[in-house]
Structures are given as C-alpha cells and as structure tokens.
Design a protein around this ligand. Structure first.
Ligand code: NAD
Ligand code: ZN
Length: 246
C-alpha cells in the first residue's frame, strides 16, 4: 500500500515539536506478530461469539469454557514477538526522551518486550490473574484446565483481562483521561476504536486542540475526525516515521 510521504514528513515535524504525546494502540498493532485482531479482516469475532467467550457473565456461567479460551490465547501469544511497529514506538519514545506514553488496549505484553516505558495497560494482561474480592494478583498457569481459587479468600480467580461488562482499572483509566486532556498529539495505531470507553480518549485530546493521527489499513468510524489518517500497516508506517526522526 502506498503511504503518503508528505503526511509522514508532517507527522514527523509534529512529533519532533511535541511536548507531551501519547500512543494509543490496539489489536491491529500485534496482528503482524501473529496475534489475530477481534474486528477487521481476519478478526476473531468473525468466527467466535464474544458474548459466549469474553463477557463477565459468560465467565460466571461457564468458567471452564472461558478459561479454555483465555489459556488458548495465552499460549498463542506467548510464542509471539514484538514486530517493527512495537519497536518503532519504543525507539521514537527513547529518541524524544520527553514526556510520552503508550496507552494500550492489548493484553499481550509486546510493548513491554519491545522496551517501551510509561505503558498503561487499560485492558489488563493475559499473563496475569486477579481476585476481584480481595485484590490478590498472580500469574496464570497456561496448563490449568479450570480457574484456580485465590489462596487468600478462596474466590475463583479471573484472568486479568477486562471483559465486556467489566469496568476498566480505575487508576489507569484516570491517568489516561488526564494524559489525553493534556497532550498535544495522540498517535493511534491498530485499533478499530469500537471499544468503549477507550474510544472516548481522542475526543478529550481534541478538546485540548491536540493533533489526532491514525494508522490503520482500514477506515475506522473516527477516520474522518483525524488530522492524519494514514492507510497502511503499523509495521510499515511506524518504522518509516522513526527513520525520518533519526
Ligand atoms: N494482541 C492482543 O492483545 C489483542 C488481540 C485481539 C483483541 N484484543 C482486545 O480486543 C479489544 C479490541 O479492540 P481493538 O480496537 O484493539 O481491536 P479490533 O480487533 O476491534 O480492531 C483491530 C483494528 O486493527 C486494524 N488492523 C489490522 N491489521 C493492522 C495492521 N497490520 N496495522 C494496523 N492496524 C491494523 C483493523 O483494521 C482494525 O481496525 C481490545 O480491548 C483488546 O484488548 C487484544
Ligand atoms: Zn482473593
């Protein structure tokens, strides 16, 4: 896919001048690491029903089915590596040395493996477990067939992934709103912006006259509100921008 060189050069200029910027990423950024997205071409929800697998009520109705789904995804994700998009984000942040953040909807740990600092995990981490009753948190053993019980309070532990019908972690969400209100650039990559409330963050940034940029091979419902909507894969576009900054 041809990428508009003028847009990349303009974005590079905005990044260089930025005082505080945030990346906002989603499943699409890890697609080229081999992890399927939920929506878009080849997305998991074309063949699986989210209501049966990724809701809090489905976990309570059929814990072994939902547990099996998360342990299947965890095994798949554990074999995947960061791709050039995760690495470019880490290098752009490092190059700028300033105030920059990565707000992530992904649960796959790949931004951390790519070396990014200031990561905010808005939808949890698939390698962790938590107890909603007492707050215990630990690591998930992929080979367990059923969710284990909490060693403190005997409640059934949940995968530390925000399911539909569940609230976002409060501290992470509050920090993300604050950052969106105060940044001068939101660089969005690989998200359909269909999942609420994360998809409201760009509008907070717009209220502060921040620049909105998006990288996605497909149109999203917010594309027309973007200052830059770059049609392409994140593993192509982000390294291109980093190369312009060097
Ligand atoms: N890797 C993961 O951790 C993972 C994978 C699937 C879903 N999820 C979860 O599912 C929810 C879904 O929301 P979402 O918006 O993140 O994903 P989504 O599945 O709704 O949308 C994915 C988007 O990525 C785009 N895309 C596909 N390939 C791309 C590429 N190579 N480069 C750039 N963009 C590409 C698609 O066009 C689509 O708009 C999130 O909460 C996330 O936690 C996570
Ligand atoms: Zn507990």
């Amino acid at each position: 896919m041809a990428i508009n060189a003028d847009s990349l050069a303009q974005l590079r200029g905005i990044l260089v001048k930025s005082k505080r910027f945030v990346f906002l990423t989603g499943a699409g950024i890890s697609q080229e690491s081999g992890i399927p997205t939920f929506r878009g071409n080849g997305g998991l929800w074309k063949t699986h029903d989210p209501a049966k697998l990724a809701t809090l009520s489905s976990f309570h109705e059929n814990p072994s089915l939902v547990w099996g789904y998360y342990s299947y995804r965890q095994k798949l994700i554990s074999k995947c590596q960061p791709n050039p998009a995760h690495l470019a984000i880490s290098k752009i942040k490092e190059q700028k040395k300033g105030d920059s953040w990565v707000l992530i909807q992904n649960v796959d740990n790949l931004h951390r493996l790519a070396g990014s600092k200031n990561i905010i995990e808005l939808h949890g981490n698939i390698f962790k477990l938590s107890c909603i009753r007492c707050g215990y948190s630990g690591y998930m053993d992929m080979d367990m067939v059923l969710p284990p019980k909490c060693t403190n309070c005997e409640s059934v532990l949940e995968p530390c992934v925000v399911m539909f019908e569940e609230a976002l972690p409060q501290k992470e969400w509050a920090t993300s709103i604050e950052l969106s209100f105060s940044c001068d650039l939101v660089f969005i990559a690989g998200t359909s912006l269909n999942v609420s409330p994360v998809n409201t963050l760009p509008s907070y940034a717009k209220d502060n006259n921040a620049v909105l940029a998006e990288v996605n091979p497909e149109e999203t419902w917010l594309s027309r509100f973007m200052d830059f909507s770059i049609k392409g894969s994140s593993a192509d576009v982000l390294p291109n921008i980093y190369n312009l900054m060097k």
